[in-house]
Write a protein of this length. Structure first.
Length: 520
């Protein structure tokens, strides 16, 4: 609290103005910007200066990225390139055509073909006359990594502006360039290029055209052991197959490929989501549930990935219901998921109480939402679970009930359907009862103590397996010191040994001098 007055006094001294009583947020705003109100009384001028400073900061950040890419190529350390790509999300919000044009003009030599091509994609109004001469310092492109990075920035800008045709042309040319270069220092950049390449075609409705290109690139990345590009391409191919409902081809791709262990958490979360959907379609709900749980856990827990969290949790809720489990109510109360999961909450309520009529009404009212989420066919399978839940509740409430009453409570078409469903529930072990066909009623048996069965042991085993898998994944995700760190530590230790040796020699020399004085 004492910091605000000191800031105000400093402003008073520099500007010669009386700022006593100003709001603390106002003081902070003045300090954060390099321009002050003393420059001019016109607020519009302050805004113009702030925009120019912001533009200069963006250009400085991009040039710093060039340095990191050059360092990554020189030292063969991928962590410098990864650091740049992680900052793309924040840089993306600040990109403008003018900023990109200035960087491109001052990064290539005059008359370079790449410079002309990128400026054409940005448009003639991107670079005003004389803008290039305003830049006093420039960073000339010396490595292909910087060139590909500039192409990537222009691709991102075109995507945000909705210029899909230009984006398709530029991304296709960039993909060819990456394939021709064949540099391992381009692995991380190549993965990003392929991602936006597929995104342009997806938004244009031409996703099937690039499938051969992605398959060839995936095989090449596998042979080169390029984990980043390989994981990205596998997810892009699965997304491509799911877009056209080609689940058999997606299953074959998963069975014929091995997802890299060193892939990033984002790519692993996507892969686990796709794998969970495949297993859910194939009726393997236990494996699907495990994959979807990993996808939800691996995904970043922020508002940026809200869309992925919503889609993953929608599918996870359906799989849990198909397994006979009821999702926790707290899941539907999360702010990021509350609105998106509202139709699924209604489905969950219908399944929980076994109300077939409510289930049908909810399904009809939200059919468009379920079709858009591509979960409609999976939700149709829940009808049998609703009926089983209803029969289970009836068997717990009544020791004896006629099939006609069962038909009325479950809203079935006839008593024959009720008899068939009750018989199947008894055979599957859903209820412990007997069926009298001649008299037309169902008699429930007394409740069995669940602790006398193997059910607690099975539940305990599932929890132990989950904890062990979580521990193994955590150990795999641990980061160990790089070789460079070990080399630095060895150099420090060698310097210390040399210092100790020098100290010892000086001490021995002093002892010799003392012995000489004693002889005198």
């Amino acid at each position: 609290m004492a910091e605000a007055p000191r800031r105000s006094s400093r402003l008073n001294k520099n500007q010669g103005e009386d700022t006593k009583g100003k709001d603390k947020s106002t003081d902070q705003d003045v300090e954060m910007s390099d321009t002050t109100e003393a420059t001019t009384a016109d607020s519009g001028t302050v805004k113009v200066l702030g925009a120019k400073e912001l533009e200069a900061l963006v250009i400085a950040d991009i040039k710093q990225h060039f340095v990191l890419f050059a360092k990554s190529a020189k030292t063969h350390e991928a962590r410098f390139a990864v650091r740049v790509l992680r900052s793309l999300s924040s840089l993306r919000k600040r990109l403008t055509a003018q900023v990109l044009a200035k960087v491109i003009v001052n990064s290539y030599t005059k008359g370079d073909e790449s410079q002309k091509r990128l400026l054409e994609y940005l448009g003639p109004d991107a670079l005003p006359a004389g803008a290039a001469e305003e830049e006093t310092t420039s960073y000339k492109v010396e490595t292909p990594e910087v060139d590909v990075y500039l192409h990537l920035l222009v691709m991102i800008y075109l995507l945000d502006q909705g210029q899909l045709e230009k984006g398709i042309a530029l991304s296709s040319a960039t993909v060819k360039t990456v394939q021709e270069l064949n540099r391992r220092s381009l692995d991380q950049l190549a993965a990003k290029v392929y991602f936006y390449y597929a995104r342009f075609y997806e938004l244009s409705g031409r996703l099937a055209e690039i499938r051969p290109v992605l398959l060839n690139a995936q095989r090449t990345a596998t042979l080169r052991r390029d984990d980043d590009t390989q994981s990205t391409l596998i997810n892009l191919l699965l997304r491509n197959y799911f877009h056209y409902n080609l689940y058999d081809q997606a299953d074959k791709l998963v069975s014929k490929t091995t997802f890299p262990e060193n892939a990033t958490n984002n790519q692993l979360a996507r892969y686990m989501y796709y794998l969970g959907r495949i297993k859910a379609i194939q009726l393997e709900y236990t494996e699907s549930h495990q994959s979807l749980m990993q996808a939800v856990r691996k995904a970043p827990q922020n508002n940026v990935t809200a869309g992925f969290q919503q889609e993953a949790n929608k599918l996870l809720i359906i799989v849990q219901l198909l397994m006979g489990e009821i999702p926790e109510r707290s899941l539907f109360r999360q702010p990021v998921l509350r609105k998106a999961l509202q139709p699924y909450f209604q489905i969950t309520q219908a399944v929980r109480v076994g109300d077939l009529n409510k289930f049908q009404e909810t399904l009809a009212a939200n059919s468009n939402t379920f079709l858009a989420d591509k979960n409609y066919t999976l939700i149709l399978r829940l009808r049998h679970n609703v009926i089983k839940t209803g029969i289970r509740m009836i068997s717990l409430s009544y020791s004896r009930i006629s099939l006609r009453d069962v038909c009325l409570k479950l809203h079935l078409d006839s008593e024959e359907d009720a008899e068939y469903i009750v018989a199947k529930a008894i055979r599957d072990g859903v209820i412990d009862a007997t069926l009298d066909h001649e008299k037309g009623f169902m008699r429930s048996k007394e409740n069995v103590d669940i602790y006398s069965t193997n059910e607690p042991q099975h539940a305990f085993h599932q929890r132990i397996a989950f904890c062990l898998k979580l521990h193994n994944d955590s150990v795999k995700a641990m980061r160990f010191p790089l070789k460079a760190v070990n080399i630095d530590a060895a150099e420090v230790e060698a310097a210390r040994d040399q210092e100790r040796t020098l100290v010892q020699e000086i001490a021995e020399a002093d002892e010799d001098m003392d012995d000489g004085h004693d002889d005198l």
